[in-house]
Design a binder for this molecule. Structure first.
Ligand SMILES: [Zn+2]
Length: 301
């Protein structure tokens, strides 16, 4: 196993402040322990964190794309420069190369503690399976969504997002901070075990695969005209079927799910996704049989 350094990013979105606090505390306590693997902790978007906003010009967690470098306009954005800086410094070919990136986020949706994966990288599966096995965490597998690309962890050979909620933006919640601390500690334990070949993969990985996102109902002016239905709010990861309520509009009319397939909505009512015109995302449950190849891939990092 050649993992030597792991990058832990908090504050990729400047108004998600609980992981920043958790990392600060972890850094103080964790430094006294001796481990083979080094950890680098960084605030993803320090300028936005300073201001208490999600980003300055554009979403940093959509700015890790090769093509951005050829777009002069986007090149002037703070986040485009910041993404380049992070890759130049901590990327696999950077001055302080990290093999794995863990990006810590919070959500205003009732997602609990969850993992987000981007695409089907076997190394990510390995790490996610260990965490799911330990805590039973749900996993959102984001793929085939052309409107959402350029995620931070995709710029590293291995990486995942830890997403915890519900918590309001810019609001400290000690329960949420504790959950981050537990996850960071466990990640380190699991990776140490992997390094010492003490790991046995669980038989399977259960993922919720992204299908599509839906917008709120809108009036003729394009303004949102619908609340998340009282029966749907906070019901992330729960299956819905045709006829189940989604929204309640200003006329008192219930808008229902009309698809034929069962789906599992996530990020229900996430505040930050309003600007992306996403009221919730539909996922489909899939069970993936684990494979020792995942561990080999991880070891060859
Ligand atoms: Zn975030």
């Amino acid at each position: 196993m050649t993992v030597q350094r792991i990058l832990i990013v908090s504050g990729t979105h400047g108004n998600e402040i609980n992981p920043v606090w958790a990392v600060k505390h972890f850094n103080r306590v964790g430094k006294s322990l001796i481990h083979d693997i080094k950890y680098e902790f960084i605030i993803g978007n320090p300028a936005a964190y300073e201001k208490g906003c999600r980003y300055i010009h554009v979403d940093l967690n959509r700015s890790f794309k090769e093509s951005e470098n050829f777009d002069q306009h986007k090149n002037s954005f703070y986040e485009t420069k910041r993404a380049n800086f992070l890759v130049d410094k901590f990327g696999i070919d950077g001055s302080i190369p990290c093999q794995i990136a863990i990006d810590l986020h919070t959500t205003t949706a009732n997602m609990g503690t969850s993992i987000v994966l981007y695409g089907r990288r076997l190394k990510d599966f390995c790490l996610a399976a260990l965490l799911q096995n330990k805590f039973g965490l749900p996993i959102y597998l984001h793929e085939k969504d052309k409107s959402q690309t350029g995620f931070l962890v995709e710029a590293w050979p291995c990486g995942l997002v830890i997403e915890i909620g519900a918590v309001a933006q810019n609001f400290y919640d000690s329960k949420i901070i504790d959950r981050f601390s537990v996850i960071i500690r466990s990640l380190r334990e699991e990776i140490d075990k992997l390094k010492n070949n003490l790991i046995e993969l669980p038989k399977e990985l259960v993922v919720h695969v992204h299908q599509r996102s839906i917008d709120y109902p809108r009036d003729e002016k394009g303004d949102i005209d619908g609340l998340i239905h009282p029966e749907r709010i906070n019901q992330d990861w729960k299956m819905i079927k045709k006829g189940d309520p989604l929204f309640l509009d200003s006329q008192g009319i219930t808008h229902e799910y009309e698809g034929d397939q069962f789906v599992w909505p996530v990020f229900i009512g996430e505040v930050a996704y309003k600007e992306k015109k996403i009221a919730m995302s539909y996922t489909k449950k899939e069970v993936i049989c684990s494979n020792n190849q995942w561990v080999y891939e991880f070891e060859s990092l």
